[in-house]
Design a binder for this molecule. Structure first.
Ligand SMILES: Cc1cc2nc3c(=O)[nH]c(=O)nc-3n(C[C@H](O)[C@H](O)[C@H](O)COP(=O)(O)OP(=O)(O)OC[C@H]3O[C@@H](n4cnc5c(N)ncnc54)[C@H](O)[C@@H]3O)c2cc1C
Length: 404
């Protein structure tokens, strides 16, 4: 019998398991390894099967900025304790057309920068953007550059690092997905696809897009099925663009996209140099069942999303020399509050940390830390002036039930 079982060894779950195993608790983590052949895989998938996620403190929402700052401050210690490097501080540039439509966005970025005293952030006008980043065509745009504290992380390496630390601290990893959960008054029992049966006093569910496949009652998530486009670069082109920061670009009037993000060239495990672009569609594709979600990962192709991403990339970096393009399917998990859920589902037994809202790779260490405290002690201390209050992360459905 374990004190705590964490279901889901992804970005949030591995961080939570690390913090839980740093206490006197006996901790288990259940979560499958990354599938090797997506096309024939019948189990669950995840949002961390990649080498690049943007990381930054600056965000127009001060709560996300605070989560980002807390998490980024922990990176060096995680790298030191695990012996694995995952953070590449190449900077992040957030830009939008220099029009009144985006005045509020620019003002909120400046307000957050001042509130958190983010001294690594500087506003840049169109001419400065052109001068500092000559490979980008950003005329008529203005933005904010965060250096030093921003860049990209390898989500795979971060999960590996957190898991390694959790295991060093005594956590047991069960490399299988949970198929069924039974909650009773004394404990919770989880049945894994491998046949393993795990009993724990408390369970934290952090299974990303598959969280509702584990919980007894589904929660309100919006899953968005998307693709990312990779451009393969030869060695010379990857070297030319190696100092490129991440870019987040807002559109004023794109017919299909609200915004796009671009990561600098990253060397992938197969030796290729890939530059990645993804974006938020104006009309997202939403699965209606978990089977549809799995099928998307197995076969997901979406020709009508490829061209807008390709056109945007080539307009942004007009002289980009690329050999080939390819795409990958992925999923993002949103909550109606646009904050992750960190809440109790069954008092003293079942807890949830899920709903990354497209921003939780960079912030996962901070979210996992709060989730660990919630699961261990039923809540966390809120320092003076902090926005990370439990109410900000409540599940509306569960709050309504509590109030009734
Ligand atoms: C293409 C893409 C780009 C993104 N870009 C960024 C970015 O630039 N910056 C950023 O901060 N965030 C970004 N995100 C979001 C970020 O990746 C997610 O917010 C983050 O992965 C959420 O972490 P999680 O732990 O909730 O889910 P995941 O990382 O998906 O982990 C969930 C884990 O649960 C496991 N699991 C599922 N079902 C079960 C089960 N039944 N039993 C046991 N285990 C189970 C899965 O195997 C997985 O390991 C991006 C996401 C995508 C898809």
């Amino acid at each position: 019998m374990y004190d705590v079982l964490v279901i889901g060894n992804g970005l949030i779950g591995s961080a939570a398991a690390k913090y839980l195993s740093g206490t006197d608790l006996k901790v288990a983590i259940a979560g499958p390894l990354e599938p090797t052949d997506w096309a024939s895989h019948s189990g669950v998938f995840a949002s961390h099967y990649d080498e690049g996620r943007i990381t930054r403190m600056l965000d127009p929402d001060p709560l996300w900025a605070e989560l980002g700052r807390r998490a980024i401050h922990a990176y060096l210690e995680i790298e030191r304790e695990s012996g694995l490097q995952f953070f590449h501080p190449g900077g992040c540039l957030k830009v939008a057309p220099d029009t009144p439509q985006f005045a509020e966005l620019h003002a909120s970025l400046e307000a957050v920068r001042d509130r958190l005293n983010l001294t690594t952030c500087e506003p840049l006008r169109s001419a400065e953007l052109q001068e500092r980043f000559p490979y980008f065509a950003l005329s008529g745009h203005t933005g904010m550059l965060e250096s030093g504290t921003a860049g990209h992380i390898s989500p795979r390496a971060l999960v590996q690092a957190q898991t390694r630390i959790a295991q060093k601290r005594g956590a047991t990893l069960v490399p299988s997905h949970v198929e069924r959960l039974e909650v009773n008054s004394e404990s919770v029992t989880a049945w894994c696809a491998s046949g393993a049966q795990i009993q724990a006093e408390r369970v934290l569910v952090s299974s990303g897009a598959f969280t509702n496949g584990v919980l007894p009652t589904p929660l309100d998530f919006e899953l968005q099925l998307r693709i990312v486009l990779f451009a393969e670069l030869d060695e010379a082109e990857a070297t030319r663009l190696q100092d490129m920061p991440d870019l987040i670009l807002e559109f004023a009037d794109h017919p299909t996209l609200r915004d796009v993000y671009v990561l600098p060239p990253i060397r992938y495990p197969d030796g290729t140099n890939l530059l990645k672009i993804g974006g938020e569609p104006l009309s997202p594709r939403v699965p209606s069942t978990q089977d549809e979600l799995k099928a998307w990962f197995r076969t997901g192709e979406c020709p009508d999303e490829v061209e807008p991403l390709k056109d945007t990339l080539l307009a942004l970096i007009p002289d980009l020399r690329t050999t080939t393009f390819h795409t990958k399917p992925c999923v993002l998990t949103y909550t109606p509050t646009n904050r992750p859920y960190l809440d109790t589902v069954v008092p003293k037994r079942l807890f949830v940390a899920a709903g990354g809202c497209g921003l939780s790779a960079k912030s996962s260490d901070a979210i996992g830390n709060l989730a660990a405290q919630l699961t261990h002690r039923g809540g966390w201390e809120v320092p003076e002036g902090s926005l990370l209050r439990p109410e900000a992360f409540r599940i509306p459905q569960v709050s309504e039930t509590r109030a009734a």
